[in-house]
Design a binder for this molecule. Structure first.
Ligand code: ADP
Ligand code: MG
Length: 384
């Protein structure tokens, strides 16, 4: 609680605006891993206070035996999470407010950005014992619905998809790649994407675990799962509102995104999309940086159409959405370059402005909803 109170004051004098007017940017430092410790790495990142991090660049001394501090730089964010920050705390600061908004029909999205191994999946998914933002957000959403609304007022529909190599796959019911379509009411939608109705956080964890087994793994690096795939969990909370013309369904959409490892995209940031086509570079991530740059520069045309990811995230970045970004970093000096890139990128993202409005349109509910709910219960039985 103390952390949250202190942050309130911090936020007010931050870049200007607050939740809802610009992207909120957080940085999370992970603990030094056993492997990093054993190979003698030194920590090059320090979380100085609730919002500042200090990055030190080391250089080898001429005798090649010692590391010398070369230079350092401060970065300021909406919050900086030290390596012992609990999952719940990360959730409370970064996402809880957005979940509150979703219940009032405001869209929200949170994405984790950073190099492979920096802690994105830990932050978003976590483990059964120590669940991350995706699970905590849904748990909170269900709890809030239970507290504030009458039975059956709200319906939560979940979908979980992956963008890998510019193809969109349904992680909850794997099959053919999905086609993206522009829907006049819902924006860009993945045609045929399964939507499950869920009621408890346990159901969500079951779904996510099952979905994650379907995430694409790198053929060359079996142990490093999903470093090139983006996973997107979407929860749509629908509720009925009485209007003169009858009942109208309103909906708030929460998107939680575990991005692919940023290392490849960053190294080639200066190149154009065309020149990297075919190369083993993540087109979607590169397109995301282009969109962020264009948004920062206040350009009229934002190249959302350049990749599947940016099409899917269009209303999370440029539209009526509250957005939070969590930049994940490793403390090791061996990852200095990646950490520096991530911090620069995150620093840039603070400049993006967004606007929020409620979704008023009537949304159609898929007919097959009941079947999906049945399927979910069946799946859970199988899992037990
Ligand atoms: P990424 O998804 O960015 O590639 P992971 O989330 O898989 O990285 O994290 C890499 C490793 O570091 C995992 O073993 C994970 O459990 C561990 N890890 C990451 N962040 C934390 C943290 N905040 N606290 C403890 N362990 C962490
Ligand atoms: Mg990961």
């Amino acid at each position: 609680r103390k952390f949250a109170e202190e942050l309130e004051t911090v936020r007010e004098d931050a870049v200007g605006g607050g939740v809802g007017t610009r992207i909120m940017v957080y940085v999370r430092l992970r603990p030094m891993s056993k492997k990093e410790k054993e190979s003698g790495s030194r920590s090059c990142v320090r979380v100085v206070n609730k919002r500042d991090v200090y990055l030190t660049e080391f250089a080898l001394e001429t005798d090649y035996l010692r590391l010398k501090r070369l230079r350092g730089r401060h970065f300021a964010f909406d919050a900086a999470f030290p390596d012992n920050t609990a999952q719940q705390e990360v959730y409370n600061i970064s996402t809880a407010e957005l979940v509150e908004g979703v219940l009032q029909g405001k869209n929200g999205s949170v994405f984790c950005y950073g190099a492979t191994g920096a802690g994105k999946t830990h932050t978003m998914l976590g483990t059964v014992q120590n669940p991350g933002v995706m699970v905590l957000a849904l748990k909170d959403l269900f709890a809030k619905i239970k507290k504030h609304s009458r039975d059956g007022d709200h319906v939560v529909r979940l979908s979980y998809l992956e963008v890998y190599n510019e193809s969109v796959r349904d992680l909850l019911s794997p099959g053919r790649p999905l086609v993206l379509r522009e829907d006049s009411k819902q924006g860009i939608v993945a045609a045929g994407l399964t939507q499950y109705q869920a009621y408890t956080a346990d159901e969500v964890m079951t779904l996510l675990q099952r979905g994650n087994l379907n995430r694409t793994t790198e053929p060359t690096r079996i142990n490093e799962t999903s470093s090139r795939s983006h996973a997107i969990l979407q929860a749509i909370a629908e509720y009925k509102v009485p209007q003169e013309t009858g009942m109208v369904v309103r909906a708030g959409k929460l998107s939680l995104i575990d991005l692919a490892g940023s290392e490849r995209a960053l190294a080639t940031d200066q190149r154009t999309l065309r020149s990297v086509e075919g190369a083993s570079i993540n087109r979607s991530l590169l397109a995301l940086s282009s969109c962020i740059n264009a948004l920062c520069e206040g350009k009229k045309h934002i190249p959302f159409r350049n990749s599947k990811l940016t099409q899917l995230l269009k209303d999370s970045l440029g539209g009526s959405c509250r957005t939070a970004m969590i930049a994940n970093i490793s403390p090791s000096n061996f990852s200095f370059g990646e950490t520096q890139n991530t911090l620069h990128w995150a620093d840039r993202a603070k400049e993006i402005r967004t606007k929020v409005c409620e979704t008023q349109e009537e949304l159609s509910v898929p007919d097959s909803m009941e079947d999906k709910t049945k399927l979910l219960h069946q799946m859970q039985k199988e899992n037990q």
